[in-house]
Write a protein that binds this ligand. Structure first.
Ligand code: LLP
Length: 437
């Protein structure tokens, strides 16, 4: 996995750091992010788009993993940034990320969020619905600003893991439907709003997708729509954003394509579809999240207890669980793991890795093959870079772990572990409930 290896002591090493040392220094659970791999994935995207000859932006979808250090890396790697809340926007701005490269998403941006983004002069709003279209136009007008917008459309291609469903009427909470005319009316309306500069359209077909055909289908539908809009409304799109969704390998059997292959497929699809229609080639924007950070992350836990139910199952319990990785409980997501302090030993036992939350469903890996786990061992779970820290909670008032970035044998703390005082930091006891004695 990633740039991980096994050192002479038989310990797992990531980014040149012995993870047993990291456990001693930072404690567990610990999110470890392989910075080299993050940068490599970002460069694979940027290089592949450069090769295509099209104008492009690779906007890192910060929902996958948003921290100030990650925003700094995204900037250094020439990426733009997709944010979906005031919190993600604030993180980016605090990190000094150039506002002109920030795109704001979401199906219910509040007036406060829109005003904050307008004040920051972000590069683009991805408008989701008719109410937002009017609200954004009005709020921009109040500030005497004209803002760039993309319209989020649902092109009728939806990815369900491996196969694609092409529907006339799509049931989605996001975007303007192409098939029922909503998208067409949205273009018409946006083109007439004085404070909006309509750049083009956006489509996102799903997440953890391995094949390119869904993206090719979406590119085709979007091109068809663009031509229709040009012919009927005399509006030309300069930008087509095809969203994120490219998958990664979590476990054996997951078969993602190289990033360059995927980028070539979609840039070729744009070139051919628009080329055939004699349409000026648009800029192509994408929004990868998982495929930038997913396989660069590893979570390190300490095994604290175990329970053997003879003939049924053996559980081992770690010092984290669904609070730092809700994905198995939410989506039945699969992960692989090793005993990090004996990574050189072959797996010889099948156990179920449980978390420490008061909930039976708090199992991280069912039937995990490990080298006979003992209490006190360190367990490393791979591919936890995306939607883990980002979706972590304080359920059971468990503290969110620290995050360290590792590179060339150096480890740097990028998020501190929450303290017990952080846990009660926003609590207030009303006066009338206070102890009097
Ligand atoms: N753009 C838009 C508009 C999106 O909705 C998403 C993800 C992305 C980009 C980034 O997609 P990615 O490249 O990461 O697949 N929590 C779920 C994933 C939710 C994805 C939501 N949207 C999980 O843990 O699998």
């Amino acid at each position: 996995h990633g740039t991980s290896s096994i050192n002479a002591q038989g310990h797992l090493e990531i980014g040149g750091c012995d993870v047993t040392d990291l456990a001693k220094q930072y404690g567990t659970p610990l999110y470890i992010v392989d910075e080299t791999l993050v940068r490599q994935r970002a460069r694979e995207y940027v290089e592949a788009f450069r090769t295509s000859g099209l104008k492009f932006q690779v906007a890192y979808a910060s929902k996958a993993f948003s921290t100030m250090a990650m925003c700094a890396i995204a900037e250094q790697e020439d990426m733009s940034l997709d944010v979906v809340s005031d919190g993600e926007l604030y993180t980016a701005l605090k990190a000094g990320f150039p506002a002109a490269r920030i795109h704001f998403h979401g199906n219910n941006k509040t007036p406060d969020e829109i005003n904050m983004a307008l004040d920051a002069n972000i590069g683009c709003f991805v408008v989701d619905n008719f109410i937002e279209l009017q609200l954004l136009n009005a709020l921009a007008g109040d500030k005497g600003k004209k803002v760039n917008v993309l319209l989020r459309v649902t092109p009728g291609v939806e990815a369900h893991t491996h196969d694609y469903i092409s529907t006339g009427q799509q049931d989605s909470k996001f975007g303007f439907d192409v098939s029922n005319g909503a998208a067409f009316r949205a273009v018409q309306e946006a083109a007439g709003l004085a404070n909006l500069e309509l750049l083009g359209v956006h489509s996102h077909i799903g997440s953890q997708i391995f094949e390119v055909d869904g993206f090719q289908m979406a590119a085709g539908k979007v091109a068809q729509f663009a031509v229709n809009v040009r012919d009927e409304l005399n509006v030309t799109f300069r930008v087509i954003n095809l969203g994120g969704g490219f998958g990664i390998r979590y476990v054996e059997g997951d078969t993602p394509l190289p990033i360059a292959t995927y980028v070539k497929a979609i840039t070729d699809a744009i070139k051919s579809n628009f080329g055939e229609a004699n349409y000026p080639l648009p800029e192509i924007w994408v929004e990868p999240g998982r495929s930038i950070v997913g396989d660069a992350g590893t979570t390190l836990y300490t095994i604290g207890t175990s329970k053997d139910i003879p003939g049924v199952r053996k559980y081992i319990a770690v010092d984290g669980g669904m609070t730092d990785n809700p994905r198995p409980a939410l989506y039945e997501s699969k992960y692989e793991a090793v005993i990090a302090n004996r990574a050189n030993q072959a797996a010889d036992e099948t156990v179920t890795v449980a978390g420490k939350c008061c909930e039976s469903g708090d199992k991280l890996i069912i039937d995990c093959e490990l080298s006979k786990p003992e209490v006190g061992d360190l367990l490393a779970v791979f591919c936890t870079g995306a939607y883990n820290y980002a979706m972590a909670s304080n359920y059971n008032r468990i503290r969110r772990p620290s995050v360290v970035f590792v590179k060339d044998g150096q480890a740097d703390l990028v998020v501190k572990r929450e303290s017990l005082d952080d846990i009660v930091g926003n609590d207030v006891i009303p006066e009338r409930m206070k102890r009097t004695s």
